[in-house]
Design a protein around this ligand. Structure first.
Ligand code: NAD
Length: 256
């Protein structure tokens, strides 16, 4: 379905970003990966799906590097058709103790990077009258949780940016939507499970049960594969008139 299209997925060396990149590649899209850590393994996983894959190591807190990455994607594959704004980090602390540098980093990486990548990708998408911008927000783009001020502020911002991007391009072939996952067992969440286990002197299994039980009525993690399938739907012809939604896959978290 996506043969001949190019998708840039930010923060795709692990977790949700890699899952979405694999789902888009399985539909035939060429992929530009981004993110830190091991690059060879994710590149090989994408190449095994029979598409072309490239990597750009832009730090998503740096607008000039984002600009270089968007132009690299366009130069490498001829166009940039699908942009998935996914890179993100977390820090947990009460507001009065929240380190200012962590606040700045979370706002830059989790929110401002989506603005920069979107503003740079839009002209090419509009010229082709086809584009899909998918913002990986969070259930925390819809509701709050204590000790996550920067994350919740950034994710609410991403949901707002999604609506404005959708509206400004509503009469064109470019759509923009957000995905709002609940808990997904990635390195980002494993760190929170580990911290809970250490703080309370409980096992990893009990900490996981507690984490899910506090917020997610289904008591199940959403998977990166499920999130990838939603991204594919947004890119499909059936997603043509889906514009500006913030679609939660959260086991009922925000329904409470
Ligand atoms: P992860 O830690 O597995 O992956 C994060 C990715 O972002 C990695 O590839 C990492 O290298 C990259 N990254 C981090 N800082 C970066 C920077 N400055 N520049 C470029 N890349 C950078 O985390 P994840 O859980 O897969 O999270 C992906 C997205 O999903 C995030 O936006 C996160 O907020 C969101 N999300 C996660 C969950 C969850 O439960 N895991 C729930 C809702 C939303």
């Amino acid at each position: 379905m996506l043969k001949g299209k190019t998708a840039l997925v930010t923060g795709s060396t692990s977790g949700i970003g890699l899952g979405i990149a694999k789902a888009l590649a399985a539909q035939g899209a060429n992929i530009v990966l981004n993110g830190f850590g091991d690059v060879d393994a994710p590149k090989a996983e994408i190449a095994a799906l029979g598409v072309q894959v490239a990597y750009h190591g832009a730090d998503m807190s740096k607008p000039a590097e984002i600009e270089d990455m968007v132009s690299f994607a366009t130069k490498t594959f001829g166009s940039l058709d699908i942009l998935v704004n996914n890179a993100g980090i977390q820090h947990v602390a009460r507001i009065e103790n929240f380190p200012v540098d962590k606040w700045d980093a979370i706002i830059a990486i989790n929110m401002s990077s989506a603005f920069h990548a979107t503003r740079l990708a839009l002209p090419g998408m509009l010229a082709n009258n086809w584009g899909r911008i998918i913002n990986v927000a969070s259930v925390h783009g819809l509701v709050g949780s204590a000790e996550k001020s920067a994350y919740v502020a950034a994710k609410h911002g991403v949901v707002g940016l999604t609506k404005v991007t959708a509206l400004e391009n509503a009469t064109t072939g470019v759509t923009c939507n957000a995905i709002c996952p609940g808990w997904v067992l990635t390195p980002l969440v494993q760190k929170q499970v580990d911290a809970k286990a250490t703080a309370q002197g409980i096992s990893n299994v009990d900490a996981t049960k507690q984490l899910l039980g506090e917020k997610e009525p289904s008591l199940q993690f959403t998977t990166a594969e499920e999130l990838g399938a939603l991204a594919v739907f947004f890119c499909s012809p059936a997603g043509n008139n889906v514009r500006g939604v913030a679609w939660n896959m959260d086991g009922g978290w925000a329904a409470q």
